[in-house]
Design a protein around this ligand. Structure first.
Ligand code: GLU
Length: 332
């Protein structure tokens, strides 16, 4: 019999493990089914890989925390170092992009790491989970998936963790890479990659084993007339860095920019991202980042900018070093 690659499936819950009362009804409970039930629904996957399932958490992804990310990252590294040829993480879709990006920042192994989920519960009509899981196995066993960082596979499409975001509350085609485009597709049971792997900066968190939590970073959502005291409120409650989900090119009302500037002068890293659905936030265009001591988020939206800042802050709060790291994430 041909060698089947050994792939470990780490399950965390989400709709892919969801169960409803009636197949066509709208309501369901996420994270109801265990990993063995998910694997049983896709017998074809066992023809492609030697699969081992492991339950890491059993929650909707809105309840995952940086502590879960750290546990997951350690488990991914451990399984890869002990011989797994690929890893799949099943995950709720709501914060899937945050976990994927965190793993992308800290796990530097050549074997593919693939996250997948589902928009319809496992008991629903036309459940998308089994197909997504099978496609994730196809990608995780593909040598061409190596060296691309963490990948996200749903709806017959492959995305890089850096580029992907959830764009729709209910559509099965919710995951998109608005700025860079998808990395590939699953066509006729095969993975097709659209371009060569992008360069990858050095991994963060050299002491992954010894890190038990990440520093608090808050995201402030900019609006016309927003209250500037949100800045002090966050800092008073222990935030060690702030991300502005700014308007346009990472902008905000003048009193907010002034409050952020005062925080930056006190050594609090301030990252300007955007609430716009797509686009780069560049330095020194409308706002003088050099004078204010701000960091421009480049290609990263607010949720991912927060993940990067929390992770990088464990090792540095130097705005220059942080800026370099944010710009190193501008390719996907
Ligand atoms: N809110 C749940 C979660 O993110 C269900 C949504 C989903 O998985 O699509 O886990």
């Amino acid at each position: 019999m041909a060698h089947l690659p050994s792939i470990v499936v780490l399950a965390t819950g989400g709709t892919i493990a969801g169960a409803g009362e009636a197949p066509s009804g709208p309501s369901y409970r996420s994270a109801a089914l265990g990993i063995e039930e998910l694997l049983t629904a896709v017998p074809q996957a066992r023809e492609l890989a030697d699969l081992t399932g492991e339950q890491i958490a059993q929650v909707g992804s809105q309840d995952l925390t940086p502590r879960h990310w750290l546990t997951l990252a350690r488990r991914v590294r451990d399984r890869l170092d002990r011989g797994a040829e690929g890893i799949i993480v099943t995950h709720g879709t709501d914060t899937l992009e945050e976990t994927a990006f965190f793993l992308d920042l800290v796990v530097d192994r050549p074997q593919p790491v693939v996250l997948t989920g589902a928009m319809r519960p496992a008991t629903g009509l036309s459940a998308d989970g089994p197909r997504n899981l099978l496609d994730a196995v196809r990608v995780a066993r593909d040598p061409a998936a190596s060296g691309r960082g963490v990948l996200v596979v749903l709806d017959e499409t492959v995305h890089t963790a850096r580029a992907v975001t959830k764009t729709n509350t209910s559509s099965v085609s919710t995951f998109r890479s608005p700025l860079f485009g998808a990395a590939g597709a699953i066509v006729g049971g095969r993975t097709v990659f659209f371009r060569a792997p992008a360069p990858r900066p050095a991994p963060l968190l050299s002491d992954l084993e010894g890190t038990s939590d990440l520093p608090r970073v808050d995201v402030l959502y900019a609006t016309a007339g927003m209250a500037a005291d949100q800045v002090e409120c966050s800092l008073d409650h222990g935030a060690q860095g702030l991300v502005l989900a700014g308007v346009g090119n990472g902008n905000a009302p003048r009193p907010v920019v002034e409050a952020l500037s005062r925080a930056a002068q006190r050594g609090i890293p301030i990252v300007r991202s955007t609430r716009a659905a797509s686009g780069f936030v560049a330095r020194d265009i409308e706002i003088d980042d050099t004078a204010q001591g701000f960091i421009a988020a480049g290609a990263l939206g607010p949720a991912k900018a927060r993940v990067l800042l929390m992770t990088a802050l464990v090792e540095t709060s130097d705005p220059k070093e942080l800026q370099e790291r944010f710009f190193a994430e501008q390719v996907a």
